[in-house]
Every structure is written in C-alpha cells, then in structure tokens.
Design a protein around this ligand. Structure first.
Ligand code: SAM
Length: 305
C-alpha cells in the first residue's frame, strides 16, 4: 500500500494531518460542537479514552488559556504530552483510575465529560456492543462523580439491539438525551454519540464507586422495553451536510482546488504494540513463518520427512 492511498481513501484522515490533529476523530467532536455548542461556558473538562489525543487537542484549544489541569485526559495507552492537558494513564473501568480522576475534581467539578472509548472490536456484534456499553457505563459512573449540575456528557455508543436500555439509563441523569451522528463518522459504522445535556441526578442520588452504576443484572425483560416504558431519543446528524462524505474516496487533488502534498502524521504512536516488529524489520530480521503451501515441493518433502 502506497503512503498516499489512505489519504485518498479517507479524506478526514488526510484533513486531520493537514490541520495538525492527532486523529480524524477531532472532526467528530468539532461537528458535535457545531450542533450542540458543547464548549460554551466550559472551563473544566474530562476526556476519557483520549489517546492519541485529538479530542484533548480540541478541548485544550476551545477552552484553552485556563492553565494545566483544566482538561484531564485518561487512556489505557500512553499519550504524547499536550500543553494544558493533565494526563492519567489507566483503565476507566478500574476503581483506582476512577478515584484518581475524581480526586482531581474534588471541590471544583467539571462542566463537560467526553468519552470516545472503543474496545478492541472482535467482529462478534453482541460482544462488541456489550463491551462498548460497559465502557460507556464506566464513563457515566465517573461523570456522576465529577460533573456539576447542568453539566454535559458526550459518549460514543454503538447503535445496536440494546441501545434503548442505554438511553433509559442516561435519561435517569440528564434532562436532555440525543443520539448524534457527525458527518465525519462513517454511515457504514454503527458508531454514534450520545449527547446528554443538563446533568440532573435523581433526588437523593449519592454517587458510589463501590456499587456498579445501574447494574440491572442484564435482565432480558428490562432490555426489551416497549410501550410507554420504551425510550426513544431524537436522532440528529451534525456537521455541514455539504462537507466531505466519510464513506467516499476522494481524488488527491480535492474539489475545493487545494493541491495535494503528502503530510506525515501529526503525532506518530509513541509505544505501539507493533513496535518490536518495526525494530526487527529495520534490522532486516523480521522473518515470515513459512507455511507448507508456500514452500517449493522439494522443501515440503524435506519438511515432512
Ligand atoms: N478520542 C481519541 C482521539 O481523538 O484521539 C480517540 C480514541 S480511540 C477511538 C479509543 C481509545 O479508547 C483508545 O485509545 C483505547 O486505548 C481507549 N480505551 C479503550 N478501553 C479503555 C479503557 N477501559 N480505559 C481507558 N481507555 C480505554
């Protein structure tokens, strides 16, 4: 694959590099903001599942000038530093990570919590949706500890079979819940974003990290809400509809007349899982394991002897 082919196939990937964003996801947050004005009046924010950091870049620019610690970014993976962003490396489903985040906001709550978390997709849809929902609930649990009343929570969701259950859980805590699909999120993907505005927990609700939030023990009847108990939230597309279509491939010279020039990634991964393979390849020591069907017949004969 040539180094320009991904630029051709994925226009938002290319634009992200040209605009200095660490990932194409930056456009998703920017397009969500175009519709919902997420950053208005925001001075403190949490970015959960933040690596490589394009949402943190957007946050630090939009609510910038507030000094370090006003944006807290959390991820399992290490992330290259960003000015004004405090980083925590950890698993958001773990109590210790949640406590570390919460400690930071004690006495000074956040206005906005965002979570773009995605599990490693297995291709088994039910498993992927379940894992995604667990990440979202872990993020919501943290949000209930750090958000100020009226605050906003934005999280990636997979619009699968049980998404109604998630909406009903979110509606317990927020006065306004919507499902939004930014233009830069591929139509072919079940990904969308729950935009929850007006944090307003039920009276008497005391956030408690030791009790998993909203653990409905996955009751199949509860999952099949229908009739008056079924929660249907508005679905909103956002981002300029005349802007680039994320499912299309574009020629390298774009329609807006801009001439193509290859741009390297803004921030290459700092410790990718494939690092060892890259080092071996550089030294010419990355050998492919030979399968019998790849061997000349005489070698197969020798191997099987
Ligand atoms: N919003 C990011 C950006 O703009 O650069 C991209 C986020 S990427 C789609 C999803 C991230 O979720 C990955 O970096 C992954 O490490 C993180 N993640 C997945 N499970 C997690 C967990 N349990 N705790 C913390 N981070 C997690």
């Amino acid at each position: 694959m040539g180094r320009t082919s991904k630029d051709k196939r994925d226009v938002y990937y290319r634009l992200a590099k040209e605009n200095g964003w660490r990932a194409r996801s930056a456009f998703k947050l920017l397009q969500l903001d175009e519709e919902f004005h997420l950053f208005q009046g925001v001075t403190r924010a949490v970015d959960l599942c933040a690596a490589p950091g394009s949402w943190s870049q957007v946050l630090s620019q939009k609510i910038g000038g507030q000094g370090s610690g006003h944006v807290v970014a959390v991820d399992l993976q290490a992330m290259a530093p960003l000015p004004g962003v405090l980083q925590i490396q950890g698993d958001i489903t773990q109590l210790s990570t949640a406590k570390e985040i919460i400690q930071h906001f004690e006495g000074c709550p956040a206005d906005l919590v965002v979570c773009d978390g995605a599990p490693d997709v297995t291709g088994l849809h039910d498993v992927d949706e379940y894992m995604q929902a667990q990440l979202l609930l872990a993020a919501l649990n943290i949000a209930t500890h750090v958000l100020k009343p009226g605050g906003c929570f934005v999280a990636k969701i997979f619009r699968g079979r049980d998404v109604t259950l998630i909406y009903s859980q979110l509606r317990v805590f927020f006065s306004n819940v919507l499902c939004a699909k930014p233009r830069s999120s591929r139509n072919s993907s079940i990904e969308a974003f729950a935009v929850c505005q007006g944090y307003d927990p039920p009276e008497g609700f005391l956030p408690d990290l030791t009790k998993p939030l909203l653990d409905h023990s996955y009751d199949p009847d509860f999952n099949q809400l229908d009739g008056p108990t079924r929660i249907i939230v508005p679905f909103v597309t956002c981002g300029d509809l005349s802007s680039y279509d994320s499912d299309r491939s574009y020629p390298l010279d774009l329609e807006d007349g801009s001439e193509y020039k290859y741009t390297p990634p803004t921030q290459p991964p700092i410790s990718p899982p494939y690092q060892e393979a890259c080092t071996l390849k550089k030294k010419g020591r990355l050998a492919k394991e030979l399968r019998p069907q790849d061997c000349p017949i005489s070698t197969v004969d020798t191997l099987s002897q």
